[in-house]
Design a binder for this molecule. Structure first.
Ligand SMILES: NC(=O)c1ccc[n+]([C@@H]2O[C@H](COP(=O)([O-])OP(=O)(O)OC[C@H]3O[C@@H](n4cnc5c(N)ncnc54)[C@H](O)[C@@H]3O)[C@@H](O)[C@H]2O)c1
Length: 297
């Protein structure tokens, strides 16, 4: 089963990156948005990123100017943007990267299931929802996987390929091969909350918040300890500011609702308070730290 034409739904932070790496992997890509403004912004981001990559290849001596420009033009030539959902109907694979709202995603997949050719494989880039629920909504659960890329997609080398109990082996293998064609290391995971990375990372972040709440150590010391003691590029509280306190809270609350007996999903009161106060992290200029753009003050 080979994947040649890929549809990407949503051209935001993740969707534009997925469209780019799929085209770099040789696929023909159509990316679908709801509004012209979002589409134009996403397509401009792709163009900028593809051209930047070409410049870097020249700088590093990996390609001549001519080769790099030809490569960039070929990648961009394989990507088209559209506001017409019908453009997805003949895709071999459709990857969904719209807002993290389960009901909206299920509605989208029900509509895609009715419109796309029977062979089309569906994938969701969800970070926190059960893939199986969207798979059932699509009406073709055996042709459904999770493809969880990481931000920024162009740079992060991992994709988690998630199978439900009903995913066909052949479909799973095709999705994994697609992830590898996108230049990623593809790890397999069952349909468990947070898959591998977030299942480990979110409870780690909440443990750090609980340490801070108890007054065990200051935020600076917790962060320095994990950076210098474990070699992490940033400490857990800086990381929470980066991810967004609201996003972290939403994920945790969703998991707690589904798995009330799992203590790893306990919601720290400090997180609830910060979000209620509008201190969402880097994006609002204040979370656990204050921020000026991408810089921690
Ligand atoms: N941001 C991250 O770090 C990250 C990492 C991994 C996975 N994810 C997941 O990826 C998904 C997308 O996140 P994002 O950060 O790219 O969000 P985003 O808000 O940047 O982009 C979402 C885009 O989807 C578009 N959209 C919404 N509904 C649509 C529809 N019905 N049809 C077409 N387009 C539609 C919006 O206009 C928007 O441009 C979410 O499920 C999120 O959980 C995010």
């Amino acid at each position: 089963m080979s994947i040649q034409k890929v549809g990407v739904v949503g051209c935001g932070l993740m969707g534009h990156g997925i469209a780019q790496v799929a085209a770099q992997g040789g696929c023909e890509v159509v990316v679908v948005e709801t509004e012209r403004g979002f589409l134009d912004k996403g397509m401009a981001r792709i163009t900028k990123s593809v051209n930047k990559l070409a410049e870097k290849m020249v700088e590093k001596g990996k390609a001549t100017e001519e080769q790099a420009q030809a490569g960039a033009a070929a990648t961009l030539g394989r990507i088209s943007g559209s506001l017409e959902r019908g453009e997805l109907n003949d895709c071999d694979l459709v990857v969904e990267a719209i807002i993290e709202d389960l009901e909206v995603k299920k509605t989208l997949f029900a509509e895609l299931g009715a419109a796309c050719k029977p062979e089309t494989i569906f994938a969701s880039n969800t970070s926190s929802f059960p893939v199986g629920e969207m798979a059932e909504a699509s009406g073709r659960p055996e042709r459904f996987v999770g493809l969880h890329f990481f931000n920024p997609v162009q740079l992060m080398r991992l994709v988690e390929v998630v199978r439900t109990e009903r995913t066909d082996e052949e479909v799973f293998a095709a999705a994994k091969a697609f992830g590898e064609a996108c230049g990623k290391t593809a790890v397999s995971c069952k349909d468990t909350p947070g898959f591998v990375v977030n299942r480990l990372l979110i409870p780690y972040m909440t443990q750090a918040l609980q340490m801070l709440e108890r007054g065990d150590a200051s935020k600076e010391d917790i962060d320095a300890a994990m950076q210098l003691g474990c070699g992490h590029p940033m400490g857990p509280l800086t990381l929470t500011d980066y991810v967004g306190l609201d996003t972290t809270l939403l994920i945790l609350q969703g998991w707690k609702e589904r798995y009330p007996d799992e203590s790893a999903f306990d919601v720290p009161e400090l997180l609830v308070q910060k979000v209620a106060a509008g201190k969402l992290g880097r994006k609002t200029g204040e979370g656990f730290y204050t921020w000026e753009g991408d810089k921690r003050c």
